[in-house]
Design a protein around this ligand. Structure first.
Ligand SMILES: *[C@@H]1O[C@H](CO)[C@@H](O)[C@H](O)[C@H]1NC(C)=O
Ligand SMILES: *[C@@H]1O[C@H](CO)[C@@H](O)[C@H](O)[C@H]1NC(C)=O
Ligand SMILES: *[C@@H]1O[C@H](CO)[C@@H](O)[C@H](O)[C@H]1NC(C)=O
Ligand SMILES: *[C@@H]1O[C@H](CO)[C@@H](O)[C@H](O)[C@H]1NC(C)=O
Length: 544
């Protein structure tokens, strides 16, 4: 339909140019973001924060499926800086992903323009700084993608929407936190949870009888939270870009790096109601923060008691809830075809990875590892090394597909796993530690097929949900448990697979998936962007 409005002569010209005609009529949105250092008071005491155009949190990007987004990031900090777009799939271009494996960081006092398309996506996403623990100081924001007008969504259009960025927070300066980690020490416990940069202060106002979309994301460093609204049910509609079976919950767990979208109908009497987020699995300490859902015209304070959530350390409750969140097979997402038309459960798996996370002491310092390798980012982005065939930056044999035998000491290394474009893979995240992990994949969404206790064994496959498992970009892994995903690696590039638990990732719990084939074509991967920054061993390469 959208191509039929273009005269075929015009399409013919585009074809001769060799550009992809699909982008011809898609909207362009231009942003200029000044990244500065400023004083913020989220907990009532002054601290240095990272602001975007003077804002903490940063501005919310409101996009429509297929928009072309250009963000000129002007770095006015005294440190190098990078932003990553969490869940934005960056089709055919890992050049814009904003992580150290794909991009040289933007030096202080300079700027760099990201350019990407939110192709075939719809839903609630976020962006945040990807390096140097900057995330602990701000620089994050919401990234919402609405459907195109020709696409139907499986729920009535809401009367309004709210974006809620919730996460744990430290009063301590991010540079101090970084020094602790650099010295091989662990971080103290966070001081609080914030909702949109505030503790116990944010207000969301709506009209009685109307229905609102709440986009809720965990933008924190390491803490899962439970989210609930006094006297109101949360009807889940979307998780990280896919439409769910619409069920109503009293409260929902949201793990680090994840997003959920719910509908809330203001069916109570005109009043204020309390919105609560409280930390999960952190007993005996429970961090709680509140916000207010205010009905227009309300002049009464919220009633007590506050709504209570599940017991802080009740992991089983969380696993049970996670299993109920499923894909609506008949609904469409960003494209008109039903989500269930891709029968992921019938596709033969070509390769299985079992990735076990562990804590390690290397050279006398605390590190975190995956399959015995604690990842180090080389000065040369892996993607540049790959593109220019620069030797000595990484090899595909450092990290193995399965955990190292027990007792093998972990070591430092650069972890890249090689896949062939279109490989269909099974990945098991094995968490043998006693905190809740969270794993995020850039470049693709995956099907979450199972959560289980203890060690994964091949027989665990019998418990997989091969029909309507949720597609998402970040999956939690419970303490001493495993989570399994299936993924079709259809996006050529160098993609970050990382722990979203930020200190763990900073100290080595990440790796890259190199999705590759030998065909050189802009239909599978775009060329190096003309403005690409060069650093490390690529520093003196001629541009073009
Ligand atoms: C923020 O400003 C303070 C005071 O000028 C400075 O010490 C600090 O290094 C700055 N931080 C960043 C990330 O630019
Ligand atoms: C830096 O910003 C200027 C405009 O202020 C723009 O013309 C230029 O393209 C930007 N540079 C990069 C590398 O994006
Ligand atoms: C699934 O999506 C369809 C739209 O195709 C919608 O009508 C239906 O209500 C949804 N089912 C559930 C259980 O959410
Ligand atoms: C996890 O284990 C460590 C020791 O290995 C212990 O200090 C810590 O209290 C445990 N945490 C939880 C939540 O059980």
């Amino acid at each position: 339909m959208k191509q039929s409005i273009l005269p075929s002569v015009f399409l013919g010209i585009l074809a001769c140019w060799g550009v992809l005609p699909v982008t011809a009529e898609d909207r362009y949105q231009y942003f200029t973001w000044e990244i500065t250092n400023g004083t913020i008071y989220p907990l009532g005491v002054p601290q240095q924060g990272i602001l975007i155009n003077g804002q903490f949190p940063g501005p919310t990007v409101e996009a429509i499926t297929n928009d072309n987004i250009l963000v000129n990031v002007i770095n006015k900090l005294d440190e190098k800086f990078l932003i990553t777009w969490s869940g934005i799939k960056q089709r055919r271009t890992s050049w814009q992903d904003g992580v150290l494996g794909t991009n040289c960081p933007i030096p202080p006092k300079s700027n760099w323009t990201y350019k990407f398309q939110v192709k075939d996506q719809i839903g609630t996403y976020t962006y945040f700084p990807s390096t140097k623990i900057h995330k602990a100081a701000g620089g994050f924001g919401g990234f919402n993608v609405a459907q195109r007008s020709v696409i139907s969504i499986p729920y009535p259009a809401p009367d309004g929407e709210f974006t809620l960025l919730i996460g744990d927070w430290y009063k301590t300066n991010h540079k101090v936190l970084r020094r602790l980690l650099d010295a091989g020490r662990s971080l103290p416990y966070p001081d609080a949870l914030l909702i949109n940069g505030q503790k116990d202060a944010a207000v969301f106002t709506g009209e009685a009888g109307k229905t609102y979309k709440f986009r809720v994301s965990n933008v924190g460093m390491s803490t899962s939270f439970n989210f609930r609204i006094q006297g109101h049910l949360l009807k889940i509609i979307e998780v990280e870009g896919s439409h769910t079976i619409q069920e109503s919950y009293d409260s929902l767990d949201v793990h680090v790096g994840q997003s959920v979208t719910v509908l809330v109908t203001l069916s109570g009497s005109i009043s204020d109601y309390i919105i609560v987020a409280s930390s999960r699995f952190t007993d005996p300490i429970v961090l709680t923060t509140t916000a207010t859902l205010r009905y227009s015209g309300s002049n009464s304070k919220a009633q007590i008691p506050l709504p209570s959530g599940p017991a802080t350390n009740d992991v089983e409750w969380s696993i049970k809830q996670a299993r109920t969140i499923r894909l609506n097979l008949t609904a469409n997402a960003a494209r008109p075809n039903p989500q269930g038309s891709f029968h992921y459960g019938t596709i033969p798996v070509q390769r299985t990875l079992v990735l076990a996370n562990s804590k390690a002491i290397i050279n006398g310092k605390l590190r975190y590892a995956v399959n015995g390798i604690s990842h180090i980012n080389p000065n040369t982005p892996l993607k540049l090394a790959d593109w220019f065939n620069i030797p000595g930056v990484f090899d595909l044999n450092t990290i193995k597909d399965v955990p190292s035998p027990q007792g093998t000491p972990a070591k430092l290394g650069t972890s890249v796993i090689g896949f062939t474009l279109h490989d269909f893979a099974e990945i098991i995240f094995q968490n043998n530690e006693n905190y809740t992990q969270s794993w995020h994949m850039d470049g693709s969404s995956f099907y979450v097929v199972g959560y289980g206790n203890g060690l994964w064994i091949p027989d665990s496959r019998k418990t997989y949900n091969l029909v309507d498992g949720m597609t998402r970009h970040t999956v939690q892994v419970y303490p001493n448990s495993w989570s399994a995903i299936l993924v079709s690696l259809d996006n050529k590039g160098m993609w970050n697979l990382r722990s979203a638990i930020w200190p763990q990732r900073y100290l080595g719990q990440e790796l890259y998936l190199r999705v590759w084939n030998n065909e050189q074509s802009v239909y599978t991967e775009t060329l190096l962007p003309p403005n690409a920054l060069f650093c490390g061993k690529a520093k003196h390469l001629p541009k073009s």
